[in-house]
Every structure is written in C-alpha cells, then in structure tokens.
Design a protein around this ligand. Structure first.
Ligand code: BGC
Length: 247
C-alpha cells in the first residue's frame, strides 16, 4: 500500500492524515491544528512541523494543499494568508525544512483531484467543477477528468465585490445569514458560474459540504450540484494525491 501524508493548509485550520493513495482513503486519524493568526512562512512552518511530528513522518512522502495559486513551486497570491507568501518559493522552503519528498499544489485543485479520481467526479465526461466553500472560495475545473489548474473562480467579480467575500462559508458566518439566505445567495452565484462554464457537474467541498442538507433545497436554478463524497477530507486526500501525480 502506498502511503503519503496529506496536509491541507487552509485560512483557518491545517489538517493532516496519512492517505492510502491507491484507494483514496485516510488510513490514520485526522489531525487538525489552527492556522496561526499571523500566517507568515515562519509561523506556518512551525505548525506544519508539529503536524509531521504528530504522524512521526520522517523522510517519507508528503503532499501539501495550499490556499494560493501555485506555479513552478512558488505561491503567487495571498487572499486569506499573510502577504509574505506572494511570489514565495514555497516548495523549496518546505522541502528544505521537511523533506525533498514533497509536492505542493493549490488546495482546491487538490480537493478536486480527490473527487475526480475517487469520488463524485469519477468517470464523469465533460466539465466538472469543484468549489470549496471555506474561509475563501477555491475552484478546480476538469474536462474529461483532466485538470485545468489554478483557476480562481472565487475571485470572480460578483455583485460589485469579490465573490468569496460574499459567498464563502466565512462570509455566511460574518454576514450572519440563515441557511435559507445563504442557500439563495449560493444559488445565485452558482447560476452565474453556470452561465459562464455550463458544467455537467458541480461538486461542493470545504467545511460546509457536510451540511449540504441545510441549504440544498434552495439550489433551485442549477442541476447536478452534489457535496464532495469525502466532505472536507477531500482536501487532505487530494494533497496526498498531488504527490503521486506531480512528483
Ligand atoms: C485562494 C485560492 C484558494 C481558495 C480556497 C482563495 O482565496 O485565492 O487559491 O484555493 O481561497 O482556499
């Protein structure tokens, strides 16, 4: 059995587990630590090291999902993390601090891969879109199972703002929306997304995916919207898969 430690770094929490990358399942407990308030590289690495130590994972493969555009081993953006990550050589930094056996990809791309390889998007032809609704909104877009990486649909201009500022799970809490209000807002946003991409399937991931039954009845204008089969664990599983796909 091939095992990779998957670490999903988010704006609020850092989650990790050992993943069987052949089956796409967690084979350890799921460990969660808080993302430090000041989420600079030095603060984040301290917590990631704590995660690696928790699993006693020395010189073994690690896959990381990170909430930013990742290109050529660099993080290019920082919406819900410290600005020091902009244009930062994140992959080399993590490799020098942890192990050379490490690959980093965007967190939503990670969750999307988990769902397309093992979950709801498996064997689906056409366009599949996964959106993670968490601190921000991340997106992963697939055509016939092939990822178009680093799409940032949470950053679409929407109602005069950046979409994630009004439709993410953090925005739901900040705006104190009821499930009905939130469901209607999400329905409008998904309708807009549909008008741009006409996806065959939309998969919702992130922390809110396990509460799908609270708002699904308001998603009336878009067909084929489902919660991630792995719920919030898709990010961990996909981070580990990133290692096998891109190392
Ligand atoms: C970031 C994305 C990320 C998403 C979810 C957004 O603010 O720009 O890169 O995937 O949050 O964490």
């Amino acid at each position: 059995m091939a095992e990779v430690l998957g670490i999903d770094i988010g704006g609020t929490g850092i989650k990790g587990a050992v993943v069987d990358v052949e089956q796409g399942v967690l084979v350890s407990d799921r460990h969660k630590l808080l993302t430090p308030k000041e989420s600079t590289p030095s603060q984040i690495i301290t917590v990631v090291k704590e995660m690696v130590a928790h699993f006693d994972w020395k010189d073994k493969p690690i896959g990381v999902g990170f909430p930013a555009v990742i290109m050529n081993g660099h993080s290019l953006t920082a919406s819900n993390i410290n600005d020091q990550w902009i244009n930062y050589p994140i992959e080399n930094f993590l490799r020098s601090e942890l192990t050379e056996e490490l690959v980093i990809i965007n967190d939503a791309d990670a969750a999307g891969m988990a769902e397309v390889i093992f979950g709801r998007g498996k064997d689906i032809k056409g366009t599949v879109l996964l959106l993670t609704l968490g601190t921000g909104i991340g997106s992963a877009l697939f055509k016939d199972g092939k990822l178009l990486n680093n799409t940032e649909l949470g950053h679409l201009k929407y109602k005069g703002k950046i979409a994630e500022k009004i439709v993410s799970n953090a925005a739901r809490k900040r705006r104190d929306l009821s499930w009905e209000e939130y469901g209607k807002e999400l329905n409008e946003f998904l309708t807009y997304i549909k008008s741009l991409f006409y996806p065959n399937l939309i998969i919702l991931g992130g922390g809110i995916s396990k509460r799908f039954d609270k708002y699904s009845e308001y998603l009336t204008s878009v067909d084929n919207v489902v919660p991630a089969s792995q719920f919030n664990n898709a990010g961990i599983i996909g981070a580990a898969l990133g290692y096998t796909q891109f190392k």
